[in-house]
Write a protein that binds this ligand. Structure first.
Ligand code: S1T
Length: 545
């Protein structure tokens, strides 16, 4: 096989394994690699202003395309700056490929501390081992192709982030091409046995139900899951994290299961199910933390992380796709009739001079979707995410489990660059203070997101849990005025009429990114956050006795 510079070999492999873009910020340890990214044009490069934004944008791109995306940074100051978004990608199963430049052999052997070095030269690798599922250091051109194949395969099979450290003196090293993706051997017999046991259990149940989570998006399986739900005629709900799944599929979707914070009909179906088939659901507190009862694992059949787990036994090493294929092969109607449709979502914003509350944003968006069709949403952590639970189903990227602030604006940027769809970005004023400034790159990137900024002049979610202390209050930053300075168009909305007209103007303006600064009281929350906070407080009071 003819050899090429290792950077070209790596870029060709990234594209062959499914990556379609690179987000990044260069540095001297990464400049040789960035030069080859630019020279080869194998993948488009989108630079942002701060590495957390790079990581969040790459995460959103991976989620939107159900495939790899790439975050390229420099060593130390850049790489360590991106630990938080990589941790989010790991927790929420998003296959981001982190590529960090690094010192070369000679400079590493000088015996001097190098700039950007923290403790030892391999400290960054050790730190990334905690937030990725596989790692490689490309310091040997002979082994590099196999190492790249191993790491990219792990990212695809596990749908988790991986780490590649690329010393700057290796960028031009002649290397052979990377072997193509080889999926793990299919385990059809085990999948068929697990499927048969699953169907038998569902048929024996009085009130079986389906709960779906993020893995069905990560592995591109929403249509298969919708087909299975239709064939079984079982009600299907999404987890909190899985909100937005199946929104484009023909499925008997009853809503999002949010325990006591959600709607009663969905809660009754999921918590009342005597057999619950959970597909791709992360067992975590944000998905189950406000249930009326502890999760009864004996009721569950849980397909996640390449396992199918029943009460006391499991089938290891079964991919979700092959398990679904086996179920579809034998599925038959179990319930008498398809379940009822979800409760209608709040709509009918009063376009008058009433002061706004978070639920008005959900009403305004549901009115907009009814008129113009759904728009994808990138949401930050905060009451904006809970408000999104009252918006009609649409593609949604958000840190609903890892729950970090600062993800919203960069994820909206990554969403639009990866999908070409204009997104709504929902973000609180606190989270916008962290990474909202990335929107200043929108004109250069050629994107026009619409930002709905929930300005309650506070870390409002914390006030919901802990009213009183002034440290949760924030100044009034007049974000709408700032948007104009960042190449966008900003408007303030303090009443129903102002919100409706500002949203109409933003949707009509396809030439600019838009920011609508929604003025909200700091003590009024969405219905979901109110119920969520009350449940947590009641639990704490009970625990104190
Ligand atoms: N820092 C980061 C990076 N992520 C966090 N999740 C937190 C701190 C803790 C935290 C929350 S919610 C919240 C904080 C500080 C306040 C969010 O304020 P804002 O964005 O204005 O939205 P809203 O006013 O709607 O709450 C979670 C509980 O950990």
């Amino acid at each position: 096989m003819s050899k090429q510079p290792l950077a070209h070999v790596l870029l060709n492999a990234l594209k062959a394994y499914g990556a379609a873009e690179i987000f990044g910020i260069p540095g001297d340890f990464a400049l040789p690699f960035f030069k080859e990214i630019d020279a080869t044009k194998t993948l488009p490069l989108h630079t942002l202003s701060h590495e957390p934004g790079v990581g969040f944008a790459a995460d959103a791109a991976a989620r939107m395309r159900s495939s790899l995306s790439v975050a390229a940074v420099t060593y130390g100051a850049g790489g360590l700056n991106m630990i938080n978004p990589t941790a989010q990608a790991y927790a929420e199963k998003s296959p981001v490929v982190v590529i960090s430049g690094a010192p070369g052999k000679e400079e590493g052997a000088m015996g001097l501390g190098l700039h950007h070095q923290v403790k030892h030269l391999d400290s960054q690798l050790l730190i990334y081992q905690e937030v990725t599922c596989a790692q490689a250091v490309l310091n040997d051109a002979e082994t590099a192709p196999a190492e790249i194949a191993r790491v990219l395969t792990a990212a695809r099979v596990q749908s988790r982030p991986v780490y590649i450290e690329f010393p700057r003196d290796m960028v031009h090293a002649p290397a052979s091409p990377v072997p193509g993706f080889t999926p793990p051997p299919a385990n059809h017999d085990a999948a068929a046995t697990a499927a048969h046991e699953t169907l038998t259990a569902l048929k024996a149940a009085k009130k079986p139900a389906l709960l779906v989570g993020v893995e069905i998006r990560r592995f591109g399986l929403e249509d298969k899951v919708a087909q299975l739900a239709r064939k079984l005629r079982l009600p299907v709900a999404t987890s909190f994290m899985g909100r937005g799944l199946l929104s484009d599929a023909d499925a008997p979707l009853i809503g999002a299961y949010l325990g006591l914070a959600g709607d009663a009909p969905t809660r009754e179906v999921i918590e009342g199910a005597d057999r619950l088939l959970m597909l791709g659901v992360i067992l975590c507190d944000t998905n189950f933390g406000v249930s009326t009862q502890q999760i009864d694992r004996l009721r569950m059949i849980h397909a996640f992380d390449r396992q199918v787990r029943f009460g006391h036994h499991l089938y290891p090493e079964i991919g979700l796709a092959e398990y679904l294929d086996a179920l579809l092969a034998i599925a038959e109607p179990i319930a008498a009739a398809a379940p009822s449709a979800p409760a209608p979502y709040p709509n009918g914003l009063q376009a008058d001079d009433h002061p706004l509350e978070p639920m008005d944003v959900a009403r305004a968006l549901n009115d907009l979707f009814a008129k113009k069709g759904p728009m994808p949403i990138a949401s930050d952590m905060g009451d904006c995410l809970f408000t999104a639970m009252d918006v009609a189903p649409t593609a949604l990227v958000a840190p609903a489990y890892y729950a970090t602030m600062g993800a919203g604006a960069p994820m909206g940027i990554g969403l639009e660059l990866a999908s070409g769809r204009r997104p709504l970005i929902l973000v609180g004023d606190g989270a916008f203070q962290m990474t909202g400034w990335e929107l200043g790159n929108a004109p250069r990137l050629g994107i026009t997101p619409i930002v709905l900024l929930f300005n309650n002049r506070a870390w409002g979610m914390l006030k919901a849990f802990q009213p009183g202390p002034a440290y949760n209050d924030l100044d009034e930053w007049r974000f709408a005025d700032l948007a104009d300075r960042l190449g966008g168009v900003g408007e303030r909305a303090a009443t129903g009429a102002e919100l409706k007209s500002a949203l109409d103007r933003a949707v009509a303006d396809e030439a600019n990114w838009r920011l609508i600064e929604i003025m909200l009281p700091s003590d009024r929350y969405s219905g979901v956050l109110t119920r969520f906070a009350n449940t947590i407080k009641q639990r704490s009071a009970l625990a104190r006795g």
